[in-house]
Write a new protein. Sequence first.
Length: 375
Amino acid sequence: MLPIFLLLLAGAILMALRFVQLRRALLRARAGEQQFRLLLEHSRDTAFLLDAATLELLYISPAAQRMTGYDLPALRAHAAQLAADVPARLQRWRDGDTSRLTLLREAELAHADGHLLALEISSTIVPAAQGRGVTVAGTVRDVSAAQAQEAEREKEQKRFASMLSHEFRSPLATIDGAIQRLVSTSGDADEATRKRYVKIQTAVDRLLAMIDDYLSPERMAAIGRERAADGIAPLALLQQAAAGVPASHRVRLELDEDLPARLRCDVPGMALCLKILLDNAVKFSPAGSSITVAGRRASGGGVELCVRDQGTGVPEAELAHIFEKSFRGTHATHAGAGLGLYMARAVVDVHGGSLQGHNLPEGGAVFRIWLPLPV
């Protein structure tokens, strides 16, 4: 009897210890859940859990009511509208497309008092777990204030660019008027003097064109900003760029057949970038020589746009500095401020790409623009 009694006693002690352990684990879980709910209740961002099949809200944090001014039934209705794309997104995920497993998008929603809210919604598809179907978990952030600040910064940039453009244009207008009067009254001037007048007039025209290209309010405000979604066929982009090359040089177009039908980019920005590269190719290669404009798929992914010339190339010691602001190489005999290649690289950087220049073994230089392709 005693051994049986001892076994029963040991079993009871073990069960009691196991019960104590389970109770402690349950208390810790409840404490963790309470802390988590406390964080959600006082967070500025809204957290939510959505049934992917029915688009019904399984949970939404109290921040949603503070953010929008709506009660829970109204929030459920708005959530179903904002989640209208979830079924198609879920089907793509089930078909093996994981590009939309996690998604960040912007939406607008009218606040209960009438003013418009700009919302940033981050959501992730959560595969089915035991006893539960597929859900969508995520957060909602009010970015109205941030967008208003960005709009104000853009206005300030445009005001600054307008002021800067005016400050440059005013003395140039005075010079332009003076040189036009000198040209119109230079009938008795000698040939050398008339050539100097023409040279001054050409320099003024070039500076005014640079102001239009580089210092316009729109161009200044766009530098460093995320580009707008836009696009153009690579062939059309390169043909437009090549059309601006003067008759003093021949232009060849080389395009791979597997180029994408459309290249997503800021079209005016990329046109400016190619114009700068082609202008340089004209300046630094002899008249009558060929300039090649090429487009192809890059071996490591993305697209390459290249401009090749048959000039003297870039001194090796200067290759590392050609994209620096205000840098002018030893071969630069034309008037300029050293801003062209700096601006070209800035445009490509905004697109998440790269711009590099190299000398060719057979002579001349090539500038390669690499742009990523969206997945």
